[in-house]
Design a protein around this ligand. Structure first.
Ligand SMILES: *Cc1c(COP(=O)(O)O)cnc(C)c1O
Length: 385
C-alpha cells in the first residue's frame, strides 16, 4: 500500500507538470512577476467558472476576508456575526479591523452557522454576517440572505473551503459557493481544493461599485497612480501562483469529484456504525449521490460519539494514518477572542463538536486499498476490538 497522506499534492503536480513548468519558465523569461498577463487571465477564467461578475485576486484568504470587510465600509464598533466553529482567520480579521466579533453556535449536522443563533444575535449594531462554508458545503444561504434582507445586513461568504461547490436554493436556483452573498472570499493555500504553490486568495462580487472599491484597496487605496483616496493594503497574487491556478482550474471539477468519490467510499464503509456519525449533505441532496455537487469535501469529518476521539487520534497515528482535529477549541474559548459577553449555554453544539470531530485523509489521490485500511482501522478501534 502507498503511504497515506493527509493531503497529497504531488499526484496533481505530476499530471500537469509540463504545463506548469513551461508557464513558470515563461514568467521567468518575461519577468512579469506581479500583475502580469497570467494574473489577468486567471481572473477572467475564474469569473467565468464561478459565474460571477468580478474576481479580485489578492495575496491570501485572510486578506480576502479583511479586504471584503474594508470594501463594505464596516466601521469600528460594528458587530459582525460569524461561526464559533471555524478556522481563526474569520474572526481574526473582524477583530483586527476593530469591528466587534459576535460568535454564534453551529448546526450539529452540517457544522455550519446556526440560523436561529444568528437571528438571536442580531442587534441594532449588527452590520454583517460571515457564514463559513465549512469543510466544503454551503451554509444555509437562503435563510442567511433572508435575514440579511430583513435586517439590512451585508453577507460576506468565507468560501476558503468550498470553491467549486454549488448551492441549491429553495427556489430551484443553483449558484456557486461564494457568489451568493454581497461578497465572497477564498484562499488558494496549497492544501485548499484549488491550491497554488504558495499563498493566494481572491474576492468575488457581482456589485460593480464594490468591485471598483476593492480593486483600489488591494493596491494601496490607489484608483489613479499615486493618488491614494482610501487607506488600502498591499495584497497581490503573483504571476507564478496565477499560472499554477490556471493549470488547475480546468481540473477543479474533476478534483471535487475525486474527493466525493473518496467521501462516498468512506461513508459506505461506516454505514451502520453506532458510534460513528458520517458527514451529512444538505441542499436537497440528502446523500452523497453520484451527481451531487453541493459538497466538495475539503475535509471528510466524522463525529465519534462514544468518547474515543482522542484515543482514536493516537491509534491512527500509531498505524501511520494521518488525521486532523478541525477544530479542537471553540473560538469563543480562544484567549484572543474570549469575552465576558459569551455564555457557555449559547454554545452547546460547538462545545460538543470539539470533543467528537476527527477529519480523515482527504485528497484527490486516495485509492481503494488505502480507504479500506483507514476505515477498518477506525471501525475496529472505535468498537473496542
Ligand atoms: C484557509 C482558511 C482561511 C484563510 O486562508 P489563508 O489563505 O490561509 O489566509 C480563512 N477561512 C477559512 C475557513 C479557511 O479554511
Amino acid at each position: 500500500m502507498r503511504k497515506i497522506q493527509m493531503v497529497d499534492l504531488n499526484g496533481q503536480y505530476q499530471s500537469i507538470k509540463e504545463q506548469i513548468n513551461s508557464s513558470i519558465a515563461n514568467i521567468l523569461e518575461t519577468s512579469a512577476y506581479v500583475n502580469g498577463p497570467e494574473v489577468h487571465a486567471f481572473q477572467k477564467e475564474l469569473e467565468e467558472y464561478l459565474g460571477v461578475k468580478h474576481v479580485i485576486p489578492c495575496a491570501n484568504g485572510t486578506d480576502a476576508l479583511q479586504i471584503a470587510m474594508m470594501g463594505l465600509g464596516l466601521q469600528p464598533g460594528d458587530e459582525v456575526i460569524t461561526a464559533d466553529f471555524t478556522f481563526a482567520a474569520t474572526v481574526e480579521v473582524i477583530a483586527l479591523l476593530q469591528l466587534t466579533p459576535v460568535l454564534v453556535d453551529v448546526d450539529r449536522d452540517t457544522f455550519n452557522i446556526d440560523i436561529e443563533a444568528v437571528e438571536r444575535a442580531i442587534t441594532p449594531k449588527t452590520k454583517a454576517i460571515v457564514p463559513v462554508h465549512l469543510f466544503g458545503q454551503c451554509a444555509n444561504m437562503d435563510a442567511i440572505m433572508a435575514l440579511a434582507k430583513k435586517h439590512d445586513l451585508f453577507v460576506i461568504e468565507d468560501n476558503a473551503q468550498a470553491i467549486g461547490a454549488y448551492y441549491k436554493g429553495g427556489d430551484g436556483s443553483k449558484q456557486k459557493a461564494g457568489t451568493i452573498g454581497h461578497v465572497g472570499a477564498t484562499s488558494f493555500f496549497p492544501s485548499k481544493n484549488l491550491g497554488c504553490y504558495g499563498d493566494g486568495g481572491a474576492i468575488f462580487t457581482n456589485d460593480d461599485d464594490l468591485a471598483h472599491t476593492i480593486r483600489g484597496i488591494v493596491n494601496h487605496g490607489m484608483y489613479e497612480r499615486y493618488h491614494h483616496d482610501v487607506v488600502g493594503v498591499n495584497s497581490r497574487l503573483d504571476s507564478i501562483q496565477a499560472a499554477v491556478l490556471r493549470a488547475k482550474l480546468p481540473l477543479l471539477d474533476s478534483y471535487c469529484e475525486a474527493r466525493r468519490k473518496a467521501a462516498r467510499a468512506y461513508s459506505k464503509a461506516f454505514d451502520g456504525q453506532e458510534n460513528i456519525i458520517v458527514p451529512v449533505t444538505v441542499n436537497n441532496c440528502g446523500e452523497i449521490c453520484d451527481t451531487c455537487d453541493c459538497h466538495v469535501f475539503h475535509q471528510y469529518t466524522l463525529r465519534i460519539t462514544n468518547g474515543k476521539r482522542d484515543t482514536l487520534v493516537a491509534h491512527l497515528g500509531e498505524n501511520q494514518i494521518p488525521c486532523g482535529v478541525y477544530y479542537p477549541i471553540p473560538l469563543h474559548k480562544q484567549k484572543a477572542y474570549a469575552d465576558s459577553r459569551y455564555d457557555e449555554a449559547d454554545f452547546p453544539v460547538t462545545n460538543q463538536l470539539v470533543k467528537e470531530v476527527i477529519s480523515l485523509p482527504m485528497h484527490t489521490e486516495l485509492d481503494e486499498e488505502q480507504i479500506d485500511f483507514i476505515t477498518q482501522t477506525v471501525i475496529r478501534f472505535v468498537n473496542g476490538e
